[in-house]
Design a protein around this ligand. Structure first.
Ligand code: PEP
Length: 251
């Protein structure tokens, strides 16, 4: 009923030439693995090379951020309309690194989500607690708050263009993975928040990914959980063999 989405988040890695070579190597490896959507979210500079290399394959291309205005005096920013015109289908919104290093707030995450979805992109909206917040017992409250804030103004109909990624901040890029039960629980809080706003039946249709040191060794167990509908993968998405193994686990 829910689409599984395996998405790589390359962060600030790869040149356009490396992007082309990576996708040309990956495409035959994941050919026919169609039980999930396969997405690579790449740096903006790599988008044209990625879109070109992914043509005719089952790999979709995403961006790592989007601005909330359509155009104007926002030096260095890229609009949703520009991404769509370049062939992008997905965009990561509100990644914890953007929240931590670039002043992203729940309000701007919401604005970016609205801009993305209104332009026809699928937004991969990231939520997640820090270790301190977890230890203080705020995980459920925080995940529900972040989820509801990010989706403010998104209609029931538009939810089909929303993927939420539960990414505990303490598990991103650290090699520390949430246990499968912690991932299932966090994803469950996200789904419960969606149910509180849109109803249970609708919430059951929304793809909720887990992200945080997912790799070829732990993907199968994480993905076996009822609330885990895919993964947002950083480090392991930079190696074709590791990423393929995760896609395989999802299939
Ligand atoms: C991410 O960047 O969203 C992520 C989950 O990174 P990593 O897989 O490296 O922890």
């Amino acid at each position: 009923m829910r689409r599984t989405v395996i998405a790589g988040n390359w962060k600030m890695n790869m040149t356009p030439a490396e992007t082309k070579a990576f996708i040309e190597e990956l495409a035959p490896m994941v050919k026919g693995m169609d039980k999930c959507d396969i997405v690579l979210c790449v740096p903006a500079i790599d988008v044209p090379a990625a879109v070109e290399a992914a043509k005719g394959t089952n790999i979709k291309i995403g961006a790592e951020n989007v601005h909330f205005k359509e155009s104007g005096a926002y030096t260095g920013e890229i609009s949703a309309k520009m991404l769509v015109a370049a062939g992008v289908e997905y965009v990561v919104v509100g990644h914890s690194e953007r929240r931590q290093y670039f002043g992203e707030t729940d309000q701007t995450v919401n604005l970016r989500t609205l801009a993305a979805v209104n332009a026809g992109l699928t937004a991969i909206v990231c939520v997640g607690e820090t270790l301190e917040q977890r230890e203080l017992g705020y995980t459920e409250t925080l995940l529900k708050y972040q989820t509801k804030m990010a989706l403010t103004g998104i209609s029931k109909e538009q939810l089909k263009n929303i993927v939420v990624a539960y990414e505990p901040v303490w598990a991103i890029g650290t090699g520390v993975t949430a246990t499968a039960d912690q991932a299932d629980e966090g994803n469950g809080y996200v789904r419960a928040a969606i149910a509180e706003v849109y109803g249970k039946d609708v919430a059951e249709t929304v793809t909720v990914q887990y992200g945080g040191s997912m790799n070829d060794g732990n993907a199968a167990e994480l993905l076996s959980k009822v609330n885990v509908d895919g993964g947002l993968i950083g480090g392991a998405s930079l190696k074709t063999d590791k990423f393929t193994a995760i896609v395989k686990a999802a299939n």
